[in-house]
Every structure is written in C-alpha cells, then in structure tokens.
Design a protein around this ligand. Structure first.
Ligand SMILES: Cc1cc2nc3c(=O)[nH]c(=O)nc-3n(C[C@H](O)[C@H](O)[C@H](O)COP(=O)(O)OP(=O)(O)OC[C@H]3O[C@@H](n4cnc5c(N)ncnc54)[C@H](O)[C@@H]3O)c2cc1C
Length: 388
C-alpha cells in the first residue's frame, strides 16, 4: 500500500473507531483495553515493531502517517504508554526470544499493562543508588524493597524492575533487571496524588516476591546497561508523545490559545509565534532522530536533548496559557487548569532538566564530567542511607 492509501485507511479507521468522548472513570481501563485490541487487530499498534514478535514490521513513514492522523483524535492510550514507550522496546532489544514471545504481543494488543519500577525514595536522579534487593533463591530470585513515583502501577500486570543483586560490586555494576508479576500478593501498590488532584503514579512495596530466573532481562549484574536502553526509549517516547492521546483537546495548544487570546496585540502574536516555532523545531528534531534510528544511527544521549526541549516547551506553553487566559485558568478544575498544573511533571518524569543538561554536557558536547567518588567504591561501602 502506498503512503497516501495507508494514511487514508488510517483516517477512515480512526473516524470509525476513535472514541468521541472520554470514557467514564470506572470503566476507563476496561474500555481502553477494548480499544487497544481493535487498534492492534487493525494493524495500528506496534507499526514499526518487528513482525516476528507481533509488530507490523513497517517503517517510520507509516508510523508518522498514522501519528499525524491520530493527532486529530483523542485516543485512550495513556495507560499503555509505559509498555509501548519503554518496557516493550527494552524487551524487544534486550529480552530473550522466550520473553519477546510471551510479552510483546499482549503488550501491543493492550491485554497486559506495564509499569517501570526504577525510582526509589532515595534514588531518583541517581537511580543507580537504589536499594531494592533481589537475592538468589534456588532457580529464581526473591525481591524485597520499595519503589516510588511508579506511573500506572495500580493498573499494571507486569513491571520492569531494577534491583540490586550484588552489594560488593560498585553501584552501577551490582544491578539486575527483572520482569515482575504485579499481581503477586507480595506486591502492594499505593496510589499517590499529584498536584493535579489525580493519582497516576504510586508507591510500590515488595515483600518476598519471587521472580523466576527466566524473567531476568539481560545478564545478572548487567542491569544498568538494560536500564540505559529503557531510559533512552523513555526520553525518546516522551518527546515524541507516545501513547499520550488527548492531542485534539489540548486546551493549551496554539490553536486553543489563538482562539482565547487577543491576537490584535503584537506582543501576544509574538509569543504565539514563539510557541509555534518551538513546537515545530521539536517536531523536526524528533523526526530527524526517528529517521536516523531507522537508518541504524543510534540517537544515544541526544534523546535527552529532545526530552529537555519538550519539558521546556511544556512549561513555556503552560506559562503562556496562564498569562493569556488569566489566573482563574489555574484553579478552574477544567482541562486547561489540569494541563497547566500537569506541566511541571514533564521536567521531572524521565529524568529532570538538570540531569538532561548533565547528560548533554558530558555525552553530546564532550564537556568534562563532574567529580564522582562512587564509581570505584563497592556499593556496601557507600553512604546512601541504610542498606539491607
Ligand atoms: C509524572 C511522573 C511520573 C514518573 N513515573 C515514573 C515511573 O513510572 N517509574 C519510575 O521509576 N520513576 C518515575 N518517576 C520518577 C522520576 O524519574 C524522578 O522523579 C526523577 O528521576 C527525579 O528523581 P527525584 O524525584 O528523586 O528527585 P531528586 O533526584 O531527589 O532531585 C531533586 C532535585 O535535585 C536535582 N539534582 C539531583 N541530582 C543532580 C545532579 N547530579 N546535578 C544537578 N542537579 C541534580 C534534580 O534535578 C532535582 O531538581 C516519575 C516522576 C514524575 C514526576
């Protein structure tokens, strides 16, 4: 099928299948799963993912064509965003064939929801200092510890968990990545409300949770390199808006602000133009990274630049929306006030702006790294709180 025909078919499918309004709260996840199954069966989930593991095996061209059409609709894909943007690509790149066989297709079809279990109360920016332990137990492992800020964990069937498996090694070397069953009775999930008033992330406790060795992703004690794969995909998928949905109704979009603002004022026009330029520049940068990835050029740390640009654009947009629509918009309880109060989260989730700048400085620009004393010392000898 040529690209025009593909795009027309995608548009027709979306017009017939995209929900016309948000699902009622109590049934939102079940209905989102039904939608995802239809999306997959129609061939629009996992467009560029390998056909061998349940994807469509198509190119970035088709992916972009579908995304361009999808932007005109409100797709209920948020709850799948961690699986589609982060844990799924990690399994495709770093999992065993058995893991890919077992997990990828149900993830793409929305049958199973995923979360990413990296951050801990004492390990966010410096995630390699995490203390959740996985200890060998016969053929498998036993996990104990606590994670925090875990998006969609309250709906998740599976989690990609980074745990410490060797305290004698230096902190980046003694980590291992696992797939953990979020439905196990030893897993406790407690929702946390953010400042929008909604609870999209959670704290998660693990009490003697068994994990079979076949659910280990990558080699034992090589979890950091797997985590780097996940974090790279996280930054790229956040900046490309994977699974974010709700584009059509973005109340702080350029179109919405143009309607709300007094565009006879040249200063207002100036700011709207800046919003347009920044949005367009980020879209082109994302497109370039996607084209390079398709040509086999690894975006590496430049993914952090895309994520930083999006975080800064989101704050600029929220600030502009507040100034153009007045202070009442921040406390209105409507979609605009929700978008404004959600904006700062973009500069934290997936790594803070400061951490993105550190990465860009060191790995893209080649600036000298800050002094680090923790690269050569065994984890057990580091002072990072109480170590079990
Ligand atoms: C909406 C949202 C969703 C999230 N979802 C998930 C999820 O699904 N899974 C998950 O594992 N985590 C998730 N997180 C957690 C997120 O990754 C962390 O919040 C983030 O990495 C920062 O860690 P922290 O909150 O512990 O802050 P800290 O690391 O304590 O940082 C505090 C401040 O110090 C600054 N800082 C720290 N170190 C440095 C340094 N070396 N140089 C300069 N400045 C520094 C930071 O930039 C920040 O301003 C989510 C967070 C948010 C906001």
């Amino acid at each position: 099928m040529n690209l025009d025909a593909y795009r027309h078919a995608a548009r027709a499918w979306l017009e017939a299948n995209a929900p016309s309004e948000a699902y009622p709260e109590g049934e939102a996840v079940a209905r989102a799963k039904e939608f995802m199954a239809r999306l997959y069966d129609a061939g629009y989930s996992g467009i560029t993912w390998p056909a061998r593991w349940g994807g469509q095996g198509l190119t970035q061209e088709e992916e972009r064509a579908f995304a361009a059409e999808a932007r005109r609709f409100t797709l209920p894909t948020y709850v799948f965003s961690i699986g589609l943007g982060m844990t799924g690509p990690t399994l495709v790149e770093r999992g065993t064939d058995r893991q890919r066989e077992r997990f990828v297709r149900p993830l793409l079809r929305g049958e199973e929801i995923w979360c990413q279990l990296f951050s801990e109360p004492g390990a966010g920016s410096d995630v390699a200092s995490l203390q959740t332990r996985a200890v060998r137990d016969g053929d498998g492992w036993i996990v104990n510890g606590q994670k925090v800020w875990t998006s969609v964990a309250h709906h998740a069937d599976w989690g990609l968990l980074l745990a410490r498996t060797d305290v004698e090694a230096t902190k980046h070397r003694g980590l291992t990545m696992f797939v953990v069953d979020m439905r196990h009775p030893g897993v406790t999930v407690r929702p946390l409300k953010d400042m929008t008033g909604r609870a999209n992330f959670n704290e998660v406790f693990f009490d003697d949770v068994p994990v079979p060795d076949e659910h280990r992703v990558g080699e034992a004690n090589d979890g950091w390199s797997v985590a780097v794969t996940t974090l790279l995909h996280e930054r790229l998928s956040i900046s490309a808006g994977v699974g974010m949905g709700n584009r059509k109704e973005d109340p702080s979009s350029l179109e919405a602000l143009r309607r709300a603002a007094d565009t006879s004022d040249p200063l207002v026009r100036d700011e709207l133009v800046e919003l347009h330029i920044r949005t367009r520049a980020l879209a082109l940068f994302n497109r370039r990274l996607a084209q390079e990835a398709e040509a086999g050029v690894f975006p590496g740390a430049r993914g952090s630049a895309a994520k930083l640009l999006l975080a800064e654009l989101t704050m600029f947009q929220a600030d502009l929306a507040t100034r153009l629509t007045g202070p009442a918009s921040v406390v209105g309880g409507d979609p605009l006030s929700h978008a404004i109060s959600l904006a700062p989260a973009m500069s934290l989730g997936g790594g803070t702006n400061e951490i993105m700048r550190n990465i860009i400085g060191e790995r893209v620009l080649g600036l000298p790294p800050g002094p680090r004393v923790d690269k050569t010392v065994p984890f057990k000898d580091l002072k990072v709180g109480t170590q079990g």
